[in-house]
Design a protein around this ligand. Structure first.
Ligand code: NAD
Length: 497
């Protein structure tokens, strides 16, 4: 019997007011029904926002280290339940167990960092220009935050948002991606078990165009933290802009790995295979373009194709599998349509390029690891985010051309360069237009205590992760204390007078 999941509002599990539900199935085996989830509407969002608003005064009044203590306890629950949560995540999202364990671990690391941050949350003390006057800057909570999540990091991304927002003293309504709601249910259960009071975190499941829109537009929501596609991100920015709401946008990418003539090719090979085919290419930081200098191009292409063909694809619950299915049939169709576009544009398909069928594959959304060679920088497969196991290989003559090609898309999330030349590595760090640059490491693998995000169409300048997340979820308050006992006028009273 499939589990019936319910919205979580004001500490209670409740169905959508409409009574409608949708099914969540395993993308590796569609016979495996994980559960049904409410298909909610604006009325459910309104109730959740009201609960978060009512819970806000008491939560913000709690000393920050006390909030941190609750987060630490939640993290301990995640540590205890890590294996079970990873298995559930592989069932609902498809990525292999090693990676779902990593996803839960990222939530754990983010929680431990947040608990530590609760004893800092530093402001600044600054000298006043006037005598007998103190000046400092402190951080204040903001109110009810709306959080809208994608499906590719079902627990890590909600943790990037919820942990710092809660430490800062906000309450929240979270809308999980429709494809990976069970992981958010479990994550919030850990928070509740750890002592997060009723109403502080609420979950409303359902469609982005319905639940997401209602959350965006609700006047009592002070900010939106959104991770997802650039197309939806623009919509979020538009609505938030009109209402002067803060929004943090973590959007798409078209990340590239550069391999120069002097690179350690075996190392670069491991990097590109992990970067391009890890998470079945469904990472915002996935390596979607491989830019190879001509001196090693043919040799390296052969190495990549040989390794890609040998990748073991299958159900991520099998420990020996290296690449799971795509998350949905829709995603598989999108990937395949890009393969057809690549062919039509004149790129040379050197491996993969079709769904995997046959025993063990027919009930899931499997796709072969795919490599295109002879890709030109302007082709659509070199410009648009595919979000699947498709690698476009571009040949370049020089370092300068490599950087130009890397920078030649609208995105700017992650980037990588393999070289043994420190001078070129340093020049690349300077010239690459991206929020993240790796040297001799793949485009994926961010650590939770550092800022994460991108430039250009990848975001709007905020960085979730690390200390910068706390800047998103708090307001600065500048405080002046005059203890002179007299009226002192800044800019007008001077020392000489
Ligand atoms: P998506 O943009 O389709 O959906 C993201 C979320 O937005 C979902 O919860 C969806 O239901 C909701 N949504 C859709 N329309 C909405 C609307 N009109 N109003 C409000 N909410 C709405 O993205 P996805 O397919 O879930 O995820 C893949 C995308 O996410 C890729 O583009 C990927 O690069 C990006 N991503 C970015 C990062 C990052 O940190 N930069 C991390 C992971 C994923």
């Amino acid at each position: 019997m499939a589990k019936e999941y319910l919205n979580f509002i004001n500490g209670k599990f409740v169905p959508a007011k409409s009574g409608k539900v949708y099914e969540n199935r395993n993308p590796a085996d569609t016979d495996d029904l994980i559960g049904t989830f409410p298909s909610s509407g604006p009325e459910d969002v309104a109730e959740a926002v009201a609960a978060a608003k009512a819970a806000y005064p008491a939560w913000r009044a709690l000393p920050v280290p006390k909030r941190g203590e609750i987060i630490r306890r939640a993290t301990e629950i995640l540590i205890r339940r890590k294996e079970e949560l990873a298995r559930l995540m592989t069932r609902e999202m498809g990525k292999v167990l090693k990676e779902t364990r990593g996803d839960v671990q990222e939530a754990i690391d983010t929680g431990l960092y947040a608990a530590g941050e609760s004893r800092r949350l530093w402001g600044k003390v600054v000298p006043s220009e006037l005598p007998n006057k103190a000046a400092f800057v402190t951080r204040q909570p903001m109110g009810v935050w709306g959080m809208i999540c994608p499906w590719n990091f079902p627990m890590a991304i909600p943790s990037w948002k919820l942990f710092p927002a809660l430490i800062c003293g906000n309450t929240a309504v979270i809308k999980p991606a429709t494809l990976t709601p069970a992981s958010v249910h479990e994550f919030v259960s850990a928070l509740t078990e750890a002592g997060v009071p009723a109403g502080v975190v609420n979950i409303v499941y359902g469609e982005g165009a319905v639940v997401g829109e209602a959350l965006l537009n609700h006047p009592d929501v002070c900010g939106i933290s959104f991770t997802g596609s650039s197309a939806v991100g623009k919509r979020i920015a538009e609505v938030c802009g009109k209402q002067l709401k803060r929004c943090s946008l973590e959007l798409g990418g078209k990340n590239a790995q550069i391999v120069l003539n002097d690179a350690d090719l075996s190392l670069a090979l491991e990097g590109v295979i992990w970067g391009a085919f890890g998470t079945t290419g469904q990472r915002c930081t996935a390596t979607s373009r491989l830019i190879v200098q001509s001196g090693v191009h043919d040799e390296f292409l052969e190495m990549v194709v040989e390794r890609a063909k040998r990748l073991k694809v299958g159900n991520g619950l099998d420990e020996t599998v290296e690449m799971g299915p795509l998350v949905s049939e829709g995603q598989r169709q999108t990937v395949h349509s890009y393969v057809e576009i690549g062919r039509a544009e004149g790129a040379r398909l050197v491996c993969g390029g079709e769904p995997l069928r046959g025993e063990g594959y027919d009930k899931g959304f499997f796709y072969k690891p795919t490599v295109f060679a002879g890709v030109k920088p302007g082709m659509r497969i070199a410009q648009e985010e595919i979000f699947g196991p498709v690698l476009s290989v571009i040949r370049v003559e020089s370092f300068d051309e490599a950087i130009e090609v890397l920078n030649g898309t609208m995105y700017g999330l992650s980037s990588s360069i393999y070289t043994r030349d420190i001078n070129l590595a340093m020049k690349a760090i300077e010239k690459i237009e991206a929020g993240i640059t790796y040297v001799n490491a793949p485009t994926i693998g961010a650590e939770c205590h550092l800022p994460f995000g991108g430039v250009k169409a990848t975001g709007n300048g905020h960085r979730e992760g690390g200390w910068t997340a706390y800047e998103i979820f708090s307001e600065l308050k500048t405080v002046y204390i005059d203890y002179s006992g007299a009226l002192q006028k800044a800019q007008i009273d001077t020392a000489e007078e």
